[in-house]
Design a protein around this ligand. Structure first.
Ligand code: SF4
Length: 324
């Protein structure tokens, strides 16, 4: 079989901030690939660095003493070598984002059609913008687009606002759509609708999706591969089948144990003890050791390397054999 280059290839990506508390290593050397036809999830608790990592792909991070290093190859182009102007052109046209809270991202005093039109105008030469706005609104399932394009964001429900955001993200036909907790603010039935819409659009537009989430239930239903992130590092990666069914990392196991399961209502959910460490004060050895039920002496001293444990399945744990 011929190897096809991934649409997104990230190598040793690092994002640091210099603060009064010291150097914050928000993203600390992650490798990640996304192929042109798949949904890949980046999961972890709040504060593990997943959102910063996703924003750093298109150099959208800001902060005190910011430094971004490492390789990001997107649709055959190396991003670190691009000028600010080239990067601006690439954002939206090659990589687009949708975020958690659509109301915070939409302009409340501008009709939604005008906002979608603006996204089109920024990146494409389209003679009839209004028709393109209507086409995109139809594509994302917004009813009666000829009339509704003149409505304001507050006249739409949360789910419909998120559809407007998706229409804006698709305005420039991106090759990669980054969806950062896109349904956290929505109820579960709307969540399901948004995810089936994203799956249909991915297939129709041949676009890759990078899903950023803390919710492993959503990952199981929507992604083909998953990267589990903790304290700025990838701890485990592989197909959803491998990582979610036979996880080789205690952190992933802890996340899985915290997922509520309807069919096992008598079973107690067990969370992970403690919290994600402050990125300016990371523990020695394995970063997960203060919270890990399997931690042993070497875990406190030596940081584990990524090891292959199965086909396309990798883990960063000294004791992974105890879990298999
Ligand atoms: Fe736990 Fe040790 Fe594995 Fe880290 S290396 S996850 S502390 S068992």
């Amino acid at each position: 079989m011929m190897d096809v280059d991934p649409i997104l290839d990230v190598r040793d990506l690092r994002v640091t901030f210099r603060t009064e508390e010291g150097t914050i290593r928000a993203v600390d050397g992650i490798d990640l690939t996304v192929n042109g036809d798949e949904t890949v999830a980046l999961v972890g608790e709040s504060g593990c660095g997943k959102s910063v990592a996703s924003l750093a792909l298109a150099r959208l991070v800001a902060g005190p003493g910011l430094k971004i290093t490492g390789g990001v190859r997107l649709a055959g182009r190396d991003l670190p070598g691009l000028s600010d102007r080239e990067l601006r052109r690439l954002r939206g046209a090659t990589i687009s984002y949708i975020f958690q809270d659509p109301m915070a991202s939409l302009n409340p005093v501008k009709p939604v059609g005008a906002q979608i039109g603006e996204a089109i105008r920024l990146h494409r030469k389209v003679s009839d913008i209004d028709s393109e706005v209507v086409r995109l609104m139809k594509l994302v399932g917004l009813p009666d687009p000829e009339t509704r394009r003149k409505a304001y964001p507050h006249q739409f429900s949360g789910g419909m606002q998120q559809r407007v955001m998706i229409a804006m993200a698709l305005a420039c036909c991106p090759k990669v759509l980054v969806a950062d907790e896109p349904t956290t603010a929505l109820d579960v039935t709307i969540q399901a609708q948004i995810f089936s819409l994203l799956a249909a659009l991915r297939a129709e537009l041949k676009m890759a999706v990078l899903l950023i989430t803390h919710n492993l239930g959503l990952v199981a239903q929507n992604a083909q591969r998953v990267y589990v992130m903790y304290s700025g590092r990838i701890m485990e990666s592989g197909s959803c089948e491998a990582v979610l069914r036979q996880s080789a990392h205690p952190y992933t196991r802890g996340l899985l144990a915290a997922v509520p399961r309807l069919r096992h209502s008598q079973e107690r959910m067990t969370g992970i003890e403690g919290t994600v460490p402050h990125p300016a004060h990371l523990p020695s050895g394995c970063r997960f050791h203060p919270r890990c039920p399997l931690a042993e002496e070497r875990c406190r001293i030596v940081e584990p390397e990524m090891q292959t444990v199965g086909e396309g399945h990798q883990t960063r744990c000294h004791c992974w054999k105890q879990l298999m």
